[in-house]
Design a protein. Structure first.
Length: 144
């Protein structure tokens, strides 16, 4: 089975980043349509994050790392688990609130959301370091 993790990781990064921007815009401009965009991109991004996490676990079992890369893999995984837990909780919280930001708890919701996005960005950085510094998943062709 091909390693789908590199393909799937971009969707949650982009969608959840756009979602938080939409939510802050909705709060600042007092426009509900931005929050509806935030909801749909949060839903799609959280589903994408679940897919990226599952394929990441599978990739972690088969990808070889150069010496020194293991701490990067471990931090990448830990940040992914933190982000996945945060966004799963936020998704259920939002569904329980009728797909709107929880009334009276908007600031707490957005702070947790922001922390989740920061965890995704940091995890993406560690993932990039694994590929570009330690050659994770990179096949080196034989020299002619």
């Amino acid at each position: 089975m091909p390693n789908l993790h590199p393909f799937l990781t971009h969707f949650p990064v982009a969608l959840l980043s756009f979602s938080i921007v939409s939510e802050y815009a909705a709060l600042a401009l007092k426009r509900d349509e931005f929050s509806r965009v935030g909801w749909w991109t949060q839903l799609a991004g959280t589903i994408g994050l679940a897919a990226a996490a599952v394929t990441g676990l599978l990739a972690g079992q088969s990808v070889e790392l150069a010496p020194g890369g293991k701490p990067y893999l471990e931090m990448h995984q830990e940040l992914a688990f933190v982000a996945a837990a945060a966004f799963a909780a936020l998704l259920f919280w939002r569904i329980a609130s009728g797909t709107k930001r929880p009334a009276g708890r908007e600031i707490l919701f957005l702070l947790i959301f922001t922390g989740g996005v920061v965890a995704i960005w940091a995890g993406a950085w560690y993932g990039g370091e694994m590929v570009y510094r330690f050659g994770a998943g990179v096949r080196v062709p034989p020299l002619p």
